[in-house]
Design a binder for this molecule. Structure first.
Ligand code: GCO
Length: 256
C-alpha cells in the first residue's frame, strides 16, 4: 500500500527548535520518517552533532543549526545561513522549552524571565526569522509546541503555564495574520510525557501515581506518540487547518 501523498514530506525542510533530545527529537524523527530534511537546533553543539549522527544512521537528511532561540539576531543569522546552504525552511516547529519550578511567592524575576523567554518569546523570534520567506513563497507550516498547561496550571509552574498560555494565543495570532499568505500556524499540546524535563516528576512515586490516575489513558505519554500530530500539521493534510491546538494528552483535559 503506497504512503498517502497527503502526509508525504519528501522535498520539505523542517527546522525544529530544541530538538537534540526529548519531544523535539521525537518530532524531528517523525518528520524525517515522513521524508522531511531536518535542521536540528539546540545550544549544545556537541549534543546536536551526536543527535544528528543518530538520525543520519536512521536514514534522515540532517543539518545541525546551533543557535540560541532567545537571541533574535542569532536566530535571524542562523536561518539566513541555513536557507542559503540547505534550502528554504518549509516547516518550523517551535519546540524549545525549559522548566524552572518554584512557588509563585518565591519565584525570582530571573526564573520568570528565563521560562517566558525560552518557551514563548523564542517562538516569536524564530518565526519572525522564518515567516517572511514563507510569505514570499505563499507557503509554510508553523507548529508551536504548547502544553496542557496552555489551559490549566498546577502549583510551582506559573511561569511555564503563562508562557504556554501565551503560546496558544500567539499561534492564533500567527494564523489570523498569515493564513491569507498561504501559511498554516497551529499547535500541538502534549500532556504528561516521559522526558528529561519531567524526570523529577516520573521518579516521584506520588506524582507518578497521581498522573497515572488523573490521565484517562492511565499512563505517561511516550515521545514518539507526538510524531503523528506533527506529521499531520506539517503536511498538505492540514492545508485548511489554522489557529488550532491539538491536545495529545491521553484524555487528561477531558476529565474532571
Ligand atoms: C510539570 C510538567 C508539565 C509538563 C507538560 C505537561 O511540572 O507539571 O513539567 O509542565 O512538562 O508541560 O504538558
Amino acid at each position: 500500500m503506497a504512503q498517502n501523498p497527503l502526509f508525504d514530506l519528501n522535498g520539505r525542510t523542517a527546522l525544529v527548535t530544541g530538538s537534540s533530545r526529548g519531544l523535539g527529537l521525537a518530532i524531528a524523527r517523525g518528520l524525517a520518517q515522513a521524508g522531511a530534511a531536518i535542521a536540528l537546533n539546540g545550544r549544545d553543539e556537541e549534543r546536536l552533532a551526536a543527535t544528528a549522527e543518530v538520525l543520519r544512521s536512521e536514514g534522515a537528511r540532517v543539518v545541525p543549526a546551533p543557535f540560541d532561540v532567545t537571541d533574535g539576531g542569532a536566530a535571524a543569522r542562523a536561518v539566513e545561513r541555513l536557507e542559503a546552504e540547505f534550502g528554504p525552511v518549509d516547516i518550523l516547529v517551535n519546540n524549545a522549552g525549559i522548566q524552572q519550578r518554584s512557588p509563585l511567592l518565591e519565584m525570582s524575576e530571573a526564573q520568570w524571565r528565563a521560562v517566558i523567554d525560552t518557551n514563548l518569546t523564542s517562538a516569536f523570534l524564530v518565526a519572525r526569522a522564518v515567516a517572511p520567506r514563507m510569505v514570499a513563497r505563499r507557503a509554510g507550516k508553523i507548529i508551536n509546541i504548547c502544553s496542557v498547561m496552555s489551559e490549566v496550571s498546577r502549583p510551582t509552574i506559573a511561569n511555564y503555564a503563562a508562557a504556554k498560555g501565551g503560546l496558544k494565543m500567539l499561534t492564533r495570532a500567527m494564523a489570523v495574520e498569515w493564513a491569507r499568505h498561504g501559511l498554516q500556524a497551529n499547535a500541538i499540546a502534549p500532556g504528561y510525557f516521559m522526558t528529561e524535563l519531567n524526570r523529577p516528576l516520573v521518579e516521584n512515586p506520588e506524582f507518578n501515581a497521581w498522573i497515572c490516575q488523573r490521565t484517562p489513558a492511565g499512563r505517561w505519554g511516550e515521545p514518539h506518540e507526538l510524531a503523528g500530530a506533527a506529521v499531520f500539521l506539517a503536511s498538505r493534510a492540514s492545508d485548511f487547518v489554522n489557529g488550532q491546538v491539538l491536545y495529545v494528552d491521553g484524555g487528561i483535559l477531558a476529565a474532571l
